[in-house]
Design a protein around this ligand. Structure first.
Ligand code: NAD
Ligand code: MG
Length: 394
């Protein structure tokens, strides 16, 4: 359908930061793209506004109550949009035969099933929902191969690496993948200062405007840990081949180092519309709306190594990847619970790493051969994490 007409899309997580920025790119190219379906969690009012401007064929909410509110509201406006509800509806719209491309923009493990549904339907899948890949790992990548899906990374680092890799793949002379990290809002905080940081401080990222969960992950460096795991799976490289380099300006979005000493970097202003546009139009290029890099005002590029003492989450992610099995699913589940607790004042900032470490230590993480089994480990890990959160309390 890509060659014959407009690309038809399902946007999973349409009301979020990724969803909104995707729509901003799409509306610039109405001759190329058509929004077929949009989905969201519970924010039905944001979804109602979105339906009025975008006029998709379907809109789905994750729960029945918000779907009913949305349906009633849209009926009152005489809208033609059909409203569906429940996790099954999300998966159905991701796998719908009329859809070419699915933007995976749900946050957290909630995105596992709808994203996998898109993969199993052989879609072109634009992946922002890194947790889905971190949780299911080899199951996800096996499904990509088996069902012939096209997987394109939207995460800016992975999109940068994707652009810098040789078309023949990592085996054609690649020595290392270098993931850049901004270092987050607390890069220069002392261990003492880190103990007292608040959710308000944590969600104010210096370079990027993102949803609350990934903003906290950027502040703990768990985001870089999840991205490290994501890179190993996406590009099929051993963990020892992936390095993290702190680069506070976020101008270089990541790099690929080659056997002959060459290092290729992808640069741009920190604006997610660039990797989104790249994923949407690949192998072509379209206008994204992003501001251009201005080399006459660019002051300098700095680099440093990450400090694992102050930011233990990055080390925990490396440990989970090395442990194998479902350890990365356990890491993710514990982190989601800990971040939610931090955001509503039930856990202190350094408690996040502590809760993740304790859960990884105590939760069994066997290799699983199907998604149901992985999601059962996810459930158990959340239970254990909630126990540690209560115990540490604040
Ligand atoms: P967000 O919180 O702004 O949006 C999340 C979206 O997911 C919303 O539409 C929400 O309704 C939906 N959602 C939440 N819970 C759901 C559930 N249980 N069922 C169905 N839908 C649900 O988050 P975001 O910042 O857009 O991030 C989305 C994903 O993209 C995350 O995995 C994040 O790590 C990744 N990502 C985001 C950015 C960014 O700049 N925002 C950059 C790179 C990667
Ligand atoms: Mg990223």
């Amino acid at each position: 359908a890509v060659a014959t007409g407009r690309q038809r899309l399902t946007l999973l997580g349409a009301t979020g930061s990724i969803g909104q920025q995707t729509l901003d790119v799409l509306v610039r190219h109405p001759e190329r793209y058509e929004v077929f379906a949009v989905t969201a969690g519970t924010q039905w009012q944001a979804m109602a506004r979105l339906c009025e401007t975008v006029q998709p064929r379907y809109a789905a909410m994750a729960d029945a109550t918000s779907a009913t509110s949305l349906r009633n509201h849209l009926a009152g406006l005489g809208s033609q949009v059909e409203v569906l509800s429940g996790p099954e509806a999300l998966a159905e719209l991701a796998a719908h035969p009329d859809v070419d491309t699915v933007v995976a923009g749900i946050v957290g493990a909630a995105g596992v099933r709808p994203t996998l549904a898109a993969v199993e339907a052989g879609k072109r899948v634009l992946l922002a929902n890194k947790e889905a890949l971190v949780v299911t790992g080899s199951l996800f990548m096996d499904a990509v191969k088996r069902y012939g899906a096209t997987l394109l990374p939207l995460d800016s680092e992975h999109n940068a690496i994707f652009q810098c890799l040789p078309t023949e793949g990592v085996n054609a002379g690649v020595e290392r993948l270098l993931l850049t990290a901004s270092g987050g809002p607390f890069r220069e905080f002392s261990a003492e200062q880190l103990k007292a940081v608040t959710p308000e401080q944590a969600i104010k990222h210096p370079n990027w405007d993102m949803g609350p969960k990934i903003s906290v992950d950027s502040a703990t460096l768990m985001n870089k840990g999840l991205e490290f795991i994501e890179a190993c799976w996406l590009f099929d490289v051993p963990p020892a081949m992936v390095d993290v380099v702190v680069h506070p300006q976020s101008v270089i979005h990541s790099m690929v180092a080659y056997r002959d000493g060459s290092v290729l970097a992808q640069m741009g202003t920190p604006d997610m519309r660039t990797p989104i546009a790249c994923g949407l139009s690949w192998p072509e290029r379209v206008e994204s709306g992003a501001q251009r890099l201005d080399f006459s005002t660019l002051i300098g590029l700095n680099f440093e190594l990450p400090d694992l003492e102050r930011f233990p989450c990055l080390g925990l992610a490396r440990d989970a990847m090395a442990a194998g099995g479902t350890a990365t699913a356990v890491l993710n589940a514990a982190n989601e619970e800990a971040v939610a607790a931090f955001l509503d004042g039930r856990l202190d900032f350094m408690g996040i790493a502590d809760v993740v470490a304790r859960t990884l230590d105590k939760q069994d993480a066997p290799a699983c051969c199907d998604v149901d089994a992985v999601m059962e480990i996810d459930r158990q890990a959340r239970q254990l994490a909630c126990h540690w959160i209560k115990e540490r309390g604040c």
